[in-house]
Ligand binder design. Structure first.
Ligand code: XBP
Ligand code: MG
Length: 239
């Protein structure tokens, strides 16, 4: 039976990219008096780069008005990222980033069944703190045996390092496919979890429509966890 759930954060728990990060990046550009703005089409492409700071650097590489020297770009990316994360927390605290359908129910169901749960994300810890406190309340950490964030790994997703670390902290062995399930919304997340030997329940978010290839590699793919819930209860039993 199923003993553990490994939860991605961005796009899986909520539409954080559309409702939180993208808005906050644009607020950060404005705060520093920069004319740069990302629209959803531009952001969809940039999301192939994981890590907010890395994403900013990628975007600057294409801009004639970005600092010319690498050190200047690096410093600007750091400052923009710092401001972006502050604005992100404000968006979350204001209730603008809501849980996706079925998420709260599945977390509660797993908890009631005694399954272990982990957060496995390569976003910043501060962003995870803000979102989970808002979604589950101040004691949210009690629900999760492990909480792996961007600061904990050298290589972000699609590298499997974050999932491997979480599996070790959950006390799960070399063949987690039969006892654990990863919940992811994106190709990058699917790739990371798959490389760590995990089965993946894919719930595509707005920026990552499922492809025939991602459907084939996922254990299952559903529009959201409210729809997945029925299938879920039939297909797996909690250990
Ligand atoms: C999501 C990311 C993050 C977020 C922004 O990673 O790629 O970079 O877009 O958060 P995951 P930061 O799928 O592992 O949750 O600015 O904190 O990086
Ligand atoms: Mg994600």
């Amino acid at each position: 039976g199923l003993r553990a759930l490994l939860w991605d954060v961005d796009g899986t728990l909520a539409e954080t990219e559309r409702d939180g990060h993208l808005v906050a990046f644009n607020l950060a550009f404005a705060a520093l008096g920069l004319p740069w703005r990302w629209d959803e089409a531009r952001y969809a492409g940039l999301l192939r780069v994981t890590g907010g700071r890395e994403r900013l650097l990628r975007d600057m590489a294409d801009r004639a008005d970005a600092p010319a020297d690498p050190a200047g770009r690096e410093a600007l990316a750091r400052e923009l990222h710092r401001i972006k994360n502050l604005r992100y927390a404000e968006q979350v605290d204001a209730g603008l980033v809501q849980p996706r359908p079925g998420v709260l129910r599945l977390i509660a169901e797993a908890r009631a069944a005694g399954a272990r749960q982990a957060i496995v994300t390569t976003t910043s810890r501060a962003n995870v703190d803000a979102l989970l406190a808002r979604m589950l309340g101040p004691d949210w950490r009690d629900t999760f045996t492990a909480c792996v964030c961007g600061e904990d790994v050298e290589r972000k997703k699609p590298d499997p390092q974050a999932h491997r670390l979480a599996l070790a902290q959950l006390g799960l062995g070399a063949d987690p496919r039969h006892e654990a399930l990863a919940l992811e919304d994106s190709e990058v997340g699917l790739q990371a979890a798959d490389a760590a030997g995990l089965a993946v329940l894919l719930t595509p978010s707005v920026f990552f429509p499922a492809t025939p290839d991602s459907r084939a590699r996922a254990w299952a793919c559903c529009a959201d966890l409210a729809q997945g819930g029925a299938m879920f209860s039939g297909a797996v039993s909690w250990a």
